[in-house]
Design a protein around this ligand. Sequence first.
Ligand code: NAI
Ligand SMILES: N[C@@H](CC=O)C(=O)O
Ligand code: NA
Length: 436
Amino acid sequence: MKPLQIALLGAGTVASGVVKVLARNQEELQRRAGRGIALAAIAARNPDKARAALGDALPITTDFMALATRPDIDIVVELMGGISPARELVLAAIAAGKHVVTANKALLAIHGNEIFAAAQAKGVIVAFEAAVAGGIPIIKAVREGLAGNRIEWIAGIINGTTNFILSEMRDKGLDFATVLKQAQALGYAEADPTFDIEGVDAAHKATILCAIAFGVPVQFDKAYVEGITALQAADIRYAEQLGYRIKLLGITKNTGEGIELRVHPTLIPATRLIANVEGAMNAVVVQGDAVGPTLYYGKGAGSEPTASAVIADLVDVTRLHTADPEHRVPHLAFQPDAMSDLPILPMDQVVTAYYLRLRVADQTGVLADLTRILADEGISIDGLIQREAGEGEHQTDLIILTHDTVEAHMNAAIGRMQTLPSVHAPIVRIRKEELR
Ligand SMILES: NC(=O)C1=CN([C@@H]2O[C@H](COP(=O)(O)OP(=O)(O)OC[C@H]3O[C@@H](n4cnc5c(N)ncnc54)[C@H](O)[C@@H]3O)[C@@H](O)[C@H]2O)C=CC1
Ligand SMILES: N[C@@H](CC=O)C(=O)O
Ligand code: NA
């Protein structure tokens, strides 16, 4: 049988991994897929740069649209990133009857509904294992391996760049900017690294996980997104003293009333496996009603780890190429006519526990004022530490851990506490999850 013909759009970090691994594992892949997978051509903005990175064995074109719709191409692999022209190219490839493999979580989190509907109508596959947690087969696990479960929640370290930054800052005492530059040099960061550090990339991935876990459309616009740029070294230290680690988590949870979809720095008990995931590694915990918690760990970024997921999709598509579209795994795990309309909950309805740090006057009565406000708002305290004021210091740090409460109540309490004359700086609030 003639090998399936692949067109690669983009010639950057992930594309170069795909070219290398496809060449290296060619024979093994043919044995797995039942037929050959052949790279036909690459579209690159800068052919000289592409040739320098990928060699000159393959034809390179600058006409992305012509390649994406070329009659002899069976599968288009989109590894450019960004929304436009990636969206137009993917839709054109689908309209031309091509299967698509993409690592582009931004595109799918924002335009996934349109893209999956177009693919469904045309009877082609859009495969996206590389879009979430890079090389970890989490899409496969949630959509297929856990299909017997009602998924209750998913929480994951799904951005390698920020986990690398937090780990290096904590372990080596390096500053934020230095570590971010290292992450960029290692090929972990997005083309625009603010997507990583502001939590947007993790929110794109959480949006996709949310859709395949609960059978709802992708709704990135409803995600709560908070990154790590405001995180202070003092809070990482206090968290350690209290037996917690701070990680940027993507969380999605079915509460029955609606679905939580949020990304923010989170205190998690240091004894949890996921709290000990360091560097650019990713880890995702999925809680199913039947199986309980399962944990998936591995490289979430980088050239060959991400290529591993892209190529797994190529093998899948090659195997399913001739299958009746009705017998394929649905793009969002649930049949398109059986999607749920459960709403994504606004952040002020989310229930979680909190770590609060207050810079307060070192005088009597302060604690009583603060605990009264928390009690008024129905918030109960789980623990409290007060750093001894140094000699000559008139202020001190007060750390309060709370039990679960509704975010709206916490907003009200923080608003009131902030107006007290004895509270001297903006109150730091970090959400806390036990993950059990
Ligand atoms: N680098 C990583 O570790 C991972 C990346 N991804 C995703 O994979 C995709 C590719 O990422 P990388 O390879 O890291 O990016 P990259 O920046 O290294 O490569 C992107 C390639 O696409 C080309 N390109 C970008 N915009 C273009 C445009 N408007 N017109 C023509 N060519 C354009 C660039 O010239 C470059 O050749 C992105 O969607 C990214 O989010 C997903 C998982 C991990
Ligand atoms: N920039 C992303 C790359 C993979 O998705 C990350 O750091 O995780
Ligand atoms: Na993956």
